[in-house]
Design a protein around this ligand. Structure first.
Ligand SMILES: *Cc1c(COP(=O)(O)O)cnc(C)c1O
Ligand SMILES: [Zn+2]
Length: 404
């Protein structure tokens, strides 16, 4: 039997995209991804006391939402609002990105183009959800470390919400990201060190700030993953509720993989899909491959990757808090993890762009380089439906792409 709707659940609506619609979410609580400890979503939370990520939990059943209702919804990720944070959406029109059939790459190959999101990457999804919820819970000041795209996205949603944003990026982050954040009104801090050093700077900043500052680091707050999971919902909807055989995803902090996997579980509980899952393939750069290394060694946790370097800035994540979540789901899906060199990645970015019409980011190119290798090895079969994620736009990476 369906539980009655708890009285605290708030109405969502009022974005320019869904004027007149008032709907209800079924968010119930937050739960630790490792120890299962639960938390009240009405309070601000970062990680569990055990240090691991918290994930949003919902009261889901086939009564929650009839997927037919989606046909009449606005074309943003908030079309799935019943399975989203319970707050008013701060939206710039993120999500419902095109899924391009790309037969010039492979017969049943598709490219999901996340580069058309606001701020030109899938990070917009996560930040739309996280900034919406932070604002709902009374936050005034936000901070996050970023390899580039997350900073741009946080700056944009903070600007729309009227919140103060402090971003911490490596000094050699491509110029486009730095200029974007400045124009969007964020306080930009350039740090000598990679994203994990930037993360430490964020904590110092929070500790020394006289006013409360909320940390929006990847998977150190529960809602960025909620935004990113909508990629999984969209894939299912766009493929008429038949998930692909293989998803190839360029992996950094892991919210994309973790979020989509969560979406598949939720959709099964909603009665929208069965128990079959795509093989989840993680692609990393040869110069920064902590997850691939741990995968190959049969480990559940990844060591920090030494001397991390790659021109795909989204993949420059030497240590990820969600390592075990990624490694668990890759294995559970019979997926795999592999590296590509920067040279292969840039060449494949050119190939993806010139054969699909999508000016891809190097991270997107990495998925093509990896998929071609998996096709040659027989892991990918000609009959398989393959989705490559182009996670950002090539326009932000002109230095790296123009150098080759
Ligand atoms: C952040 C980022 C990634 C890595 O994504 P995760 O989901 O954090 O693993 C990949 N590509 C681009 C363009 C990014 O900005
Ligand atoms: Zn815990």
């Amino acid at each position: 039997m369906r539980r009655p709707r708890p009285p605290w659940i708030g109405a969502i609506g009022g974005t320019a995209y869904d004027i007149g619609l008032v709907v209800y979410a079924v968010l119930t609580h937050l739960a630790c991804s490792m120890c299962g400890k639960t938390y009240d979503w009405r309070q601000l939370n970062n990680t569990c006391t055990c240090g691991k990520p918290l994930l949003a939990q919902y009261d889901l059943s086939p009564d929650t939402l009839d997927r037919e209702a989606l046909k009449y919804r606005d074309c943003t990720m908030w079309r799935y609002r019943e399975v989203m944070p319970a707050c008013e959406a701060i939206s710039l029109g993120e999500g419902m990105t095109p899924l391009h059939h790309s037969p010039r790459l492979g017969e049943r190959w598709y490219v999901k183009d996340e580069g058309v999101n606001p701020t030109a990457s899938f990070k917009a999804r996560g930040m739309s959800a996280a900034v919406s919820m932070a604002k709902h819970l009374g936050v005034q000041v936000l901070a996050a470390p970023s390899a580039g795209n997350a900073a741009g996205a946080m700056s944009a949603y903070a600007a729309k919400a009227g919140l103060e944003a402090h971003v911490f990026m490596p000094r050699d982050t491509p110029r486009a990201f730095v200029i974007e954040c400045e124009y969007l009104g964020a306080h930009v801090n350039l740090i000598d060190g990679l994203i994990n050093v930037c993360g430490a700077e964020v904590r110092k900043f929070i500790d020394s700030s006289p006013e409360p500052v909320f940390d929006l680091s990847t998977l150190k707050e529960p809602y960025r993953a909620e935004g990113k999971k909508t990629m999984g919902y969209e894939l299912a909807e766009q493929m008429e509720w038949e998930l692909p055989d293989v998803i190839v995803y360029p992996t950094g902090g892991g919210t994309g993989l973790v979020g989509m996997w969560k979406a598949f579980e939720e959709m099964e509980r909603l009665g929208w899909i069965g128990s079959k899952r795509p093989k989840m393939v993680s692609v990393q750069a040869e110069g920064c491959a902590p997850i691939v290394t741990a995968f190959n060694q049969g480990k559940r946790f990844a060591e920090e990757f030494p001397n991390a370097h790659t021109s795909a800035s989204g993949l420059r994540v030497p240590k990820a808090i969600a390592d075990f979540m990624m490694l668990d789901l890759i294995r559970a899906s019979c997926g795999t993890a592999l590296t590509v060199t920067d040279e292969e990645m840039i060449a494949a970015t050119r190939e993806m762009s010139s054969k699909t019409g999508v000016f891809a980011a190097p991270e997107g190119g990495a998925t093509l380089a990896a998929a071609k290798r998996l096709r040659d090895s027989g892991y990918i079969q000609p009959s398989d439906r393959i989705v490559l994620f182009n996670t950002g736009s090539g326009l932000k990476y002109l230095e790296a792409l123009g150098a080759q």
